[in-house]
Design a protein around this ligand. Structure first.
Ligand code: NAD
Ligand code: UFG
Length: 337
């Protein structure tokens, strides 16, 4: 039996596919390539030394999904496919609700009909909204401040209702904090189109001279150095968390929300310093106004993941920066093209 990985060619999905294949799991990869490059699929094959079926299908396309479940023997689904840009979600909310919420409903309906009732879902720390009550625990109050966050919260509710309606279902709702870094090989990483919204890809583009300098969004927060604090975790640690969550849905029923973070926060300036150390490149920056919607501090209480999944993040901020730098340099030099 195989694991269907939706959004498997994306940033987190591609790293998870490599870990799954290396652990001996069979996979089926689904992606509509709206935010991924087709060559990523070859890199997953190269790194794992394994082959697998690929479906260029949109989760909104029910017939496409049905065909996959008719042809392949799918045991469980790891569901990454979705749109993820907070700012864009404010501008085109209907696209976000359709893709992330309707797409997931489609997927679950097709799964149910095929008798496949195990799902690992990519939720987000964004479901904790602008609460200041850190560290965030899974039972902390939820609130959302933008359509993207609302889609994650809605899908969590939908999966909880589904599990309550049918005791055969199991769903692991993984609330990621801030994944950064890249595969050690430098062949997989995060390579957003245009000007990056997120801190690490932005710093990486400054380091290779594609952007002039980093704008640090605010230095007057109530944090040790005044800049925003986040719980950054290595994307490979996050990928391994999905293998643990897969074991969990195989052996448990019902819905469970679980934080995946390190439990430790770093400020923007600490990340800049760590990147400079890893790369040997100075990152010019200037202090800019706060970015609307940002909170001062966000980090996880990761104890539930340790208790239920036996998972803990292992890789340091230095390693995250070194791997991100290695990937960016290779992209820049064309080695990874
Ligand atoms: P990504 O954009 O790199 O990967 C998502 C993949 O899904 C892409 O390859 C895209 O082409 C595909 N996709 C999108 N809509 C699709 C559709 N309708 N049908 C089929 N494929 C579709 O993003 P990522 O960073 O790898 O994130 C994966 C998941 O984790 C997303 O659901 C995201 O919301 C969630 N998440 C990401 C972060 C983060 O910081 N990266 C944090 C929290 C949660
Ligand atoms: N930042 C800058 N300059 C930049 C970009 C970011 O100073 O150019 C700062 C932000 O103000 C924040 C920190 O760097 O303090 C991290 O910002 P990111 O945009 O990298 O990440 P966020 O924590 O804002 O958001 C990310 C994802 C969301 C997700 C959230 C929680 O983008 O989708 O983590 O998981 F919801």
């Amino acid at each position: 039996m195989a694991i269907l990985v939706t959004g498997g060619a994306g940033y987190i999905g591609s790293h998870t596919c490599v870990e799954l294949l290396q652990a001996g799991e069979d996979i089926v990869l689904l992606d509509n390539f709206s935010n991924a490059k087709p060559q990523v699929v070859n890199r997953i094959k190269e790194l794992s030394g394994r082959d697998f079926p690929l479906y260029a299908v949109d989760i909104l396309h029910r017939e496409g999904l049905e065909k996959i479940f008719a042809r392949e023997d799918i045991e469980a689904v790891i569901h990454f496919a979705g749109l993820k840009a907070v700012g864009e979600s404010v501008k085109i909310p209907l696209d976000y609700y359709q893709n992330n919420v309707s797409g997931t409903i489609n997927l679950c309906q097709v799964m149910a009909r095929a008798g496949c009732k195990k799902i690992v879902f990519s939720s987000s720390a964004t479901v904790y909204g602008n609460s200041t009550d850190v560290p965030f625990r899974e039972d902390s109050p939820l609130s959302t401040t933008n359509p993207y966050g609302s889609t994650k919260r809605m899908v969590e509710d939908i999966l909880r209702d589904l599990c309550a309606s049918d005791p055969e279902w199991s769903a692991c709702l993984l609330r990621y904090f801030n994944p950064i870094g890249a595969h050690k090989s430098g062949l997989l990483g995060e390579d957003p189109n245009g000007i990056p919204n997120n801190l690490l890809p932005y710093i990486a583009k400054v380091a290779v001279g594609q952007l002039e300098r980093l704008n640090v969004f605010g230095n007057d927060y109530d944090t040790p150095d005044g800049t925003g604090v986040r719980d950054y975790l290595h994307v490979v640690d996050l990928a391994i968390g999905h293998l643990k969550a897969l074991d969990y849905v195989r052996t448990h029923k019902g819905a469970e929300a679980i934080n995946l973070g390190t439990g430790r926060g770093y400020s923007v300036l600490e990340v800049v310093k760590a990147f400079e150390k890893a790369s040997g490149v100075t990152i010019p920056y200037r202090i800019a106004p706060r970015r609307p919607g940002d909170i001062a501090t966000c980090y996880a209480d990761p104890s539930k993941a340790k208790k239920l999944l036996g998972w803990e993040a292992a890789r340091s901020l230095e390693e995250m920066c070194a791997d991100a730098w290695n990937f960016t340099r290779r992209q820049q030099s064309g080695e990874s093209q």
